[in-house]
Design a protein around this ligand. Structure first.
Ligand code: NOJ
Length: 759
């Protein structure tokens, strides 16, 4: 047990001089190699098991496994006392005293819940997004956690998929930027430090392209599209140093990701140089049987480990079958060593060998109340949340509202603490979230009268309600008849000066396993909106939803619409800030909002085709639908303000760009309205003629600019050759000489154009 003395963790000293020489990587290599020499095959396999605590795995059973060296890491345990007990078990009873690491889905906050990721992307504010990530990491680390299964950077172009809520939208460039921001925010340069956690980017790869938007479905994609559009965000996270990669549940061109050595070895390790751990998704190894690539569980294990899956999430089979597979020679022991080394390296990088309690601290310092208010970051959550709200429509300046008179607040989501948190709300406590109802009351105090009625159930479809309530009592179903509820709401509306209706989806409708074939607001709520509209009162729709919805009908039956996503713990206050004009909305859509489900997939950066549809001159034989207006209802990058902005004098610093060169696009942004406010100036590029067809435009830069009423500013947005590069038909990355169009606008549709030539 020589290494035992070396792991000075245990005595609180620095790592023994034996290993304290050489570079960090050499020290780690020496340390881990020495440790592995002491380990039996079974102990190495134990390190590959990531186990969840839950009804199937009671704490006692897990502790027994820990003491026998059969478990490498734990997820879904989120309090310091619980985590400490398990770490004690490993450190006191484990033969080699190898610390565990602890992981959790901290996707958009831990105790403080921030807006869902799609909402965060709508802020177009990388600093705000970074702040949400930093606070999430601090709170997660303060709960004793070492890793988050985040960021989720799947490119999403199909709003039927419920998991679009977890990602940052459709744009590869923007999502890649955010991927780096989030990894940096979580790891903060060193995941071992208190206040940091290791990131595990997911879901590798291409999960967002699941066919038909149906969860867990097949992905089939050309190599060009894969490299151009879907892989870059994962690569950006890996380049930023993400310690983990979670493997996706889908197949990739016929081969499930969990059994895909091209993906997990050739691309991820050999081409991208990834050095961390790969983790299977929940149940994915067993699912190889249903995918039809493994004969049985034993075969599935062989495939997963030899394809490069290091850790088995919720493992049932690695410990059962790997020892035998190795003994029979069907899996080389070197595969186990490789995977085990990845896990031990990860623990080393987490600082756990120096101090297994580095995120836990001493037992006496555990918070007396895990859910204490003092542990939340409410002020920051409110500032971030209001940044994410997108004003879709505002006829006759219905918004902002006055803090006077009578306001009718109506709708199934208006007072729902659970819904406003969104799905994947980690350790957030429902009772701590601020609903729109509470936010409105906080904002107006005694100045205005707020009347409330629920007005409708989210849906009257009992089978959907049962689906949503399968694992938690998430949706409260009102047993009054729909007409009774509407009558009550109309009565309330008639007494008011304005109606604020909070409608959309409940959080469970935009989650894992929550694909929709219909992306409209359910009929129960539409009937409510129609009845409210018939009162003749101004109607403000506050939309809560985790995906783009088809909102054509709603837009015709309302005066104003504010997209609020699921805005988190402080959502109600943030929404009130915007409704009353204490904050002027500045969010922009990170995903195209189609008119109907039939238009999907619909994304702004599509190829032109040989027969593009032209609004001015539609023609017959063009790429269009003849039974629907063409184009989106709201384009990518769209979002209004209470003030107006105008762009003028768009110039390029040169009509030519040299190789490795740079040009600067400049445009004057003027706030021509009456309110101070911020907007996002967006820069798009199009390669006019290249060796492969290139998108009609692609985002390559943006700037969020705050201007006082009447103020103007020259906004400069640089472009470099790097921004012009793409994969050609041989998958070579580079820029091709020729003409480029450059567009600036306040959304992706309404743009001004200039051109230059790349030499
Ligand atoms: C399954 C989900 O697909 C994944 O995103 C998540 O991280 C794991 N479960 C763990 O909860």
């Amino acid at each position: 047990m020589k290494w035992f003395g070396v792991v000075s963790v245990l005595s609180g000293l620095a790592i023994s001089p034996v290993f304290a020489q050489g570079t960090d990587a050499q020290q780690r290599e020496a340390f881990v190699s020495h440790l592995m020499k002491q380990m039996t095959l079974e102990e190495k396999i134990g390190q590959l098991r990531l186990i969840s605590v839950g009804p199937d795995n009671p704490k006692e059973a897990i502790r027994d496994g820990i003491s026998k060296g059969q478990i490498g890491a734990i997820f879904n345990t989120v309090t310091r006392p619980d985590i400490r007990l398990m770490q004690d078990q490993a450190m006191q009873l484990g033969r080699l005293k190898i610390p565990l690491f602890f992981a959790y889905d901290v996707v958009h906050g831990q105790r403080t819940v921030f807006p869902i990721s799609l909402g965060l992307a709508a802020s177009f504010d990388l600093e705000a997004i970074a702040l949400s990530g930093r606070i999430s990491a601090q709170e997660a680390s303060d709960d004793g956690l070492n890793m988050t299964f985040s960021p989720m950077v799947d490119i999403t172009r199909d709003p039927r998929w419920g998991r679009v809520s977890e990602g940052f939208g459709e744009d590869t460039w923007l999502v890649s930027k955010i991927a780096k921001v989030m990894v940096d925010a979580y790891q903060n340069g060193d995941p071992s430090k208190p206040g940091s956690v290791m990131a595990s980017v997911k879901h590798f790869a291409l999960y967002g392209a699941t066919e038909g938007g149906r969860d867990y479905n097949t992905v089939d994609m050309s190599p060009l599209r894969m490299h151009q559009d879907y892989l870059p965000p994962y690569k950006a996270a890996v380049d930023a140093g993400s310690g983990g990669v979670m493997v996706s549940l889908n197949s990739v061109n016929g081969v499930p990701a969990t059994a895909n050595p091209w993906l997990l070895k050739d691309l991820l390790r050999d081409q991208w140089g990834f050095k961390g751990i790969t983790i299977s998704d929940h149940g994915a190894i067993k699912e190889l049987i249903k995918h039809g690539v493994a004969e049985d569980a034993r075969d599935a294990v062989r495939l997963a480990i030899t394809s490069g899956v290091d850790m088995s999430m919720s493992d049932e089979y690695y410990d059962k079958y790997l020892p035998g597979l190795v003994k029979e020679g069907r899996v080389a022991e070197s595969e186990i060593d490789r995977a085990c080394r990845d896990v031990l390296n990860t623990k080393y990088d987490m600082g756990l060998f120096k101090d297994p309690y580095n995120h836990l601290g001493p037992a006496g310092a555990d918070p007396q109340d895990t859910n204490a208010e003092s542990r939340l970051h409410r002020a920051q959550a409110r500032v971030i949340a209001r940044n994410t709200l997108v004003l879709l429509k505002n006829d006759n300046q219905t918004l902002p509202l006055q803090k006077q008179g009578t306001i009718a607040l109506i709708g199934p989501m208006a007072d729902s603490q659970r819904d406003i948190m969104g799905s994947w709300s980690a350790a957030g406590v429902v009772k701590q979230s601020i609903t729109v109802r509470e936010g409105l009351h906080n904002a107006v105090g005694e100045k205005a009268n707020i009347l409330y009625a629920k007005g409708a159930n989210i849906t009257q479809d009992k089978s959907i309600i049962d689906y949503l309530n399968l694992y938690e009592p998430a949706v409260v179903f009102d047993s009054r008849s729909p007409q009774q509820m509407i009558d009550e709401a109309v009565k309330v509306a008639r007494q008011a000066d304005v109606v604020v209706a909070v409608v959309g989806e409940s959080q469970g409708m935009a989650h894992e396993a929550s694909s929709r074939a219909d992306i409209t607001i359910p009929p129960s709520q539409r009937n409510l909106i129609a009845a409210l509209k018939a009162t003749g009162k101004p109607i403000v729709l506050v939309l809560m939803n985790g995906r783009p919805l088809a909102l054509g009908w709603e837009s015709e039956h309302s005066d104003a619409m504010l997209e609020t996503w699921f805005s988190g713990t402080e959502g109600g206050n943030a929404i009130a800030d915007v409704l009353f004009g204490d904050y002027n909305p500045s969010g922009k859509l990170p995903m195209t909002f189609p008119r109907s489900v039939g238009q999907i997939p619909m994304y702004y950066n599509h190829l032109n085709s040989g027969r593009p549809f032209n609004k001015e001159n539609p023609g017959k034989y063009t790429s269009r639908y003849f039974d629907s207006p063409n184009g989106p209802l709201y384009p990518f990058g769209y979002g209004l303000s209470y003030t107006q902005f105008a762009l003028s004098d768009f110039t390029l610093s040169s009509a030519e760009m040299a190789r490795n060169g740079k040009i600067t696009a400049s445009v004057t942004l003027k706030n021509t309205g009456k309110y101070d406010g911020a907007t996002v100036v967006q820069l798009y590029v199009q390669d006019v003629a290249a060796s492969v067809s290139r998108p009609i435009k692609e985002l390559r830069n943006f700037k969020k600019v705050m201007l006082r009423a009447g103020q103007q500013q020259r906004v400069e947005l640089p472009l470099t050759e790097e921004d012009l590069k793409f994969y050609n038909a041989s998958l070579k990355w580079g820029a091709e000489p020729g003409k480029f169009n450059v567009f600036v606008g306040l959304d992706s549709d309404n743009v001004q154009q200039q051109s230059f030539t790349l030499k």
